[in-house]
Design a protein around this ligand. Structure first.
Ligand SMILES: Cc1cc2nc3c(=O)[nH]c(=O)nc-3n(C[C@H](O)[C@H](O)[C@H](O)COP(=O)(O)OP(=O)(O)OC[C@H]3O[C@@H](n4cnc5c(N)ncnc54)[C@H](O)[C@@H]3O)c2cc1C
Length: 576
């Protein structure tokens, strides 16, 4: 199934709205250099109606479709990561309300968002980042509500947002039921009971309001409590399954922006009277990076759709995609920086120094909302179940089919089905052996059957190794490496499934399975390196992949055509 017209139209309309900002490239660079909030872009996003996509349709939102929201965030991120980080925070701040709030809290929150209100998500504390169970802020029963004390820092939009969802201790420290979530309206607090902390200077996303908030004897009404007392950590872990998945949009946008910049440079740059891209090495770089971005895209799209269709598996899926997408894009950025040479480093030349800004901005994606090691650690805890269900070949066929059929509406979302552990494991990975066999049995493009079969074999090997991991609160280093390997197996399965669902598309990236062969080749190479296995040899047709991909991407960078298999056009960037 191809993308619905309305979905693509919405993406194109958003891109047009952003491209209409006068001298957009220069403006983004100026705001960043001045460490100024990206207000012109955030205002555009408000005017476009993006907040309505943060609200479930049942509460008056636009369309509840996380694939579409992922795509819209990517559309913004490929122009300016700061803008989407600043704007998207409200989605994160509100995510817990739709999960744990009662009807009145949800209706109030929806009205606030649709009215332009901003919501921050205040979990972190100076002495406790990922270690949420040990947070020291307290909410003590007092009069008819709670008294809130403590410091939340660093928090995106802590100063600019009027509303915050705050995690605070109501029970025993360090226990699963010791924390509760509260919806706080700063305007309703008594003066002198709270103060915001100064904006922190940051390496990237420089203009974003990364600050904090301190509460002292702040009186909250009883109805500020979201869900039952003691359920805060659980609610946050469920909400993170949505937010971590959507964070991959930040990586997709950054990767696309960087790829377009580098490919255009390589095509235009004349060295010894020939374009740089006329050489095999730059073509190899562009081809490999385009392949990694395609893999990240397929992974992110399937994962975002899985929010709706494989909801009970999201504890696995969100950990995989949150770790994988920034890792692949960071790898791309390293390679593309080398290709751009001096222009990857200079802050005021070549598209207003956009590349170095992408590098600085994207660095945070692997850190916030759960770092890569934190997500890998969470995945390791589920190894026994993943091993068991892989051996059993457990697959939710209907949910999987809907997850991999990108573009159409993914169907309703039952947030009540979000679970802390996946009882079914991961349908996508568990379906890989059968999928590889069916590709091998049919008429597949050059080399694809061999790639798919080899990936399935390695995936089996990864599960054998996972079976040997002893359960532990603090897993061994080898377990983290296996988690990284599992992510690559997941990505390969996402590529094969999304390609299979639409294999007859008549577009250059789909010709003879170009993108999926490139992605499988790149993922298998990384998988072998992660497992310390010999690098896989080339399959049939692999030697022609880079030339074809590099030529396509360079042309797309010039014309604004999509650079990824499920991408959308981009109005020409302002490189004046
Ligand atoms: C720009 C920015 C925006 C932010 N926005 C928000 C926000 O809006 N709301 C909010 O609440 N917080 C926010 N944060 C905080 C962010 O989420 C935390 O930085 C994050 O939770 C990690 O905390 P930490 O690095 O301070 O420390 P720690 O959690 O103590 O981590 C220190 C190191 O230990 C590693 N580590 C932690 N746990 C494990 C584990 N189980 N296994 C292996 N390694 C582990 C981490 O990966 C890291 O390398 C933001 C931070 C930044 C920089």
């Amino acid at each position: 199934m191809t993308s619905t017209r309305s979905g693509v139209e919405i993406e194109v309309a958003l891109d047009t709205a952003l491209a209409e900002v006068p001298a957009i490239g220069r403006r983004i660079a100026e705001l960043d250099a001045a460490e100024e909030f990206p207000a012109p872009f955030v205002e555009r996003l408000d005017a476009f109606g993006l907040p309505a996509y943060y609200v479930p349709t049942g509460w008056g939102g636009a369309v509840e479709d996380h694939e579409l929201l992922l795509r819209l965030w990517r559309t913004v991120a490929r122009r300016d990561l700061s803008a989407v980080v600043a704007h998207g925070k409200t989605y994160l701040g509100a995510a817990s309300v739709w999960i744990a709030g009662d009807a009145e809290q949800a209706a109030t929150t929806a009205a606030r968002i649709l009215d332009g209100g901003r919501i921050a998500w205040a979990l972190s504390e100076p002495d406790h980042g990922a270690d949420l169970l040990n947070g020291e802020s307290t909410a003590t029963a007092y009069r008819d509500g709670y008294r809130l004390d403590g410091v939340k820092w660093p928090v995106n939009n802590a100063t600019r947002a009027r509303y915050l969802t705050v995690l605070a201790r109501t029970g025993k420290a360090g226990t699963g039921r010791g924390q509760s979530l509260f919806l706080v309206d700063k305007a309703a607090l008594a003066p002198g009971t709270w103060r915001t902390l100064p904006k922190e200077p940051t390496h990237g996303i420089r203009g974003v309001d990364i600050s904090g908030i301190a509460f002292q004897d702040a009186q909250l009404p009883a109805n500020a409590l979201l869900g039952a007392e003691g359920t805060g950590a659980e609610t946050v872990l469920r909400a993170l399954q949505l937010t971590r998945t959507l964070c991959s949009a930040l990586s997709l946008g950054s990767g696309e922006h960087a790829l377009r910049l580098a490919a255009a440079f390589a095509a235009e740059r004349i060295i010894q009277r020939r374009p740089l891209l006329g050489r095999a090495y730059p073509r190899g770089t562009v081809g490999r990076c385009a392949a990694l971005l395609a893999a990240a895209e397929a992974t992110a799209l399937v994962s975002a759709r899985s929010i709706h269709t494989l909801t009970g598996e999201m504890s696995v899926i969100s950990a995989v995609v949150k770790a994988l997408a920034p890792t692949l894009v960071d790898a791309m950025l390293g390679e593309l920086a080398e290709l751009l040479g001096a222009r990857s480093f200079l802050t005021d030349v070549y598209a207003h120094g956009a590349f170095q800004k992408i590098g600085r901005d994207h660095q945070i994606v692997a850190v916030f909302d759960g770092s890569t090691p934190v997500n890998r650690s969470a995945l390791v805890q589920q190894f026994p179940r993943l091993v068991k269900e892989f051996a059993a070949g457990t697959v939710d066929g209907d949910g999987l089919a809907k997850a991999v059929s990108t573009g159409g509406p993914p169907g309703p979302l039952d947030r009540g089905a979000l679970a802390l552990l996946s009882r079914r494991g991961c349908s996508l990975v568990q379906s890989l052996p059968a999928l590889a066999a069916s590709i091998a049995a049919g008429a597949a493009p050059d080399g694809l059957a061999a790639h798919a079969t080899a990936l399935a074999v390695t995936t089996g090997k990864v599960h054998e190794l996972m079976a040997g991991v002893a359960p532990a609160a603090r897993p061994a280093m080898a377990a983290y490496e296996l988690a990284a390997a599992y992510e690559l197996c997941y990505a390969g399965a996402a590529c094969l499934h999304t390609w299979s669902a639409e294999r007859h598309r008549d577009e250059p990236l789909w010709d003879n399975g170009l993108w999926v062969r490139a992605a499988l080749r790149a993922l298998r190479a990384r998988l072998a390196a992660t497992l310390r296995l010999p690098a896989p040899g080339p399959e049939e047709g692999d030697d022609r992949i880079d030339d074809a991909l590099a030529a396509h991407v360079a042309e797309a960078a010039r014309t604004g055509a999509p650079v990824t298999p499920f991408g959308t056009p981009m109005l020409p960037a302002d490189r004046s």
